[in-house]
Design a protein around this ligand. Structure first.
Ligand SMILES: Cc1ncc(COP(=O)(O)O)c(C=O)c1O
Length: 301
């Protein structure tokens, strides 16, 4: 993966970050060690992509940030429209063409109680150039996943619909174990043992020429997932959303992941089950690339 610049930590870069309504120098965008969000995971975030200077589905991402805050029990103190403006200004100030945007909201230092009710909610938006997650070769050949021993929790155990820091502890555990074992990412099952998703992307399987994908009832219903389902239907590919058991991997010819960062990423294998990088996945990848490029052109960026 090429999402980190070599030898350059994320707090040591040039440029500006939008912090609580102002643009501040990148290195000055700091928070205190006694921030509630750091101790108790009262934080939510977004991952957005700019294509040709315009963020794809910006409003949906901004609205999801607010909805994630509510799931975590706090209000993000900006409207989606205000966050959209800040994001556009930031992209322009940094002169980003193809890049990644990371808005984050967290509870501050006013309380050390587990309850964040007294805490102020802060918001920052950072962005940096970032053309692709995987190399073109990896994108073509597919990535390798290992099934994790960690699972997506039940909806009465965690705020499963939030894109919140709390949920990413599971992904962090799963992903580092998969990488240590030589895989690119982890596949997570859910609390029932059904197929769920990867650590930062949704799962699709091609079975008998149709697209099958798990119902997102205990994990993130990705914006890319919804975009790809709509594209498949437009292209005449049947789409079936249903609970799926791991044994069904045996019937799949193709498998791929969808996400803002991954776009449409073919999977070469899950554990020892191999897949071909096939026509349906590649058609949906091309369609997605076409859609993001056309959207960027139409926003006039
Ligand atoms: C856990 C998880 N699932 C799925 C996704 C895909 O969501 P989206 O397509 O909205 O980026 C992401 C990425 O945001 C994620 O972090």
């Amino acid at each position: 993966m090429s999402d980190d610049l070599p030898n350059r930590p994320f707090d040591d870069r040039d440029g500006v970050i939008w912090l609580d309504g102002e643009f501040v120098p990148w290195r000055a965008a700091r928070l205190h060690v006694l921030s509630h969000g750091l101790h108790y995971a009262t934080s939510v975030f977004e991952g957005e992509r700019a294509y040709a200077g315009a963020v794809f589905k910006l409003r949906e991402h901004s609205e999801r940030l607010l909805a994630s805050g509510r799931e975590m029990g706090f209000e993000v103190p900006w409207s989606a429209a205000e966050l959209d403006v800040a994001t556009r200004e930031l992209i322009q100030a940094l002169d980003i063409h193809d890049g990644y945007v990371r808005p984050v909201a967290w509870c501050g230092t006013e309380t050390m109680s587990v309850s964040p009710r007294q805490a102020h909610v802060h918001v920052a938006i950072a962005a940096w150039p970032w053309p692709h997650v995987f190399t073109p070769a990896a994108q073509q050949q597919g990535i390798r996943l290992a099934t994790a021993r960690w699972r997506r929790p039940a909806p009465n155990t965690a705020p499963v619909r939030a894109k919140g820091g709390a949920l990413y502890a599971i992904g962090a555990l799963a992903r580092q174990e998969a990488e240590s074992a030589g895989y690119d990412d982890a596949l997570l099952l859910d609390h029932r043992g059904l197929l769920a998703e990867a650590t930062g992307a949704n799962l699709f399987l091609v079975i008998d020429g149709a697209l099958h994908t798990p119902v997102p009832d205990c994990f993130l219903d990705g914006i890319t997932r919804r975009t790809v389902i709509a594209a498949a239907r437009r292209l005449g590919i049947p789409v079936v959303e249903r609970p799926m058991a791991p044994a069904e991997l045996a019937a799949a010819t193709e498998a791929f992941l969808t996400g803002t960062a991954y776009e449409v990423q073919p999977i070469r294998c899950i554990d020892d089950r191999e897949f071909t990088v096939g026509d349906i996945g590649m058609a949906l990848l091309k369609d997605y690339q076409h859609t993001v490029a056309a959207t960027a052109r139409s926003t006039g960026a």
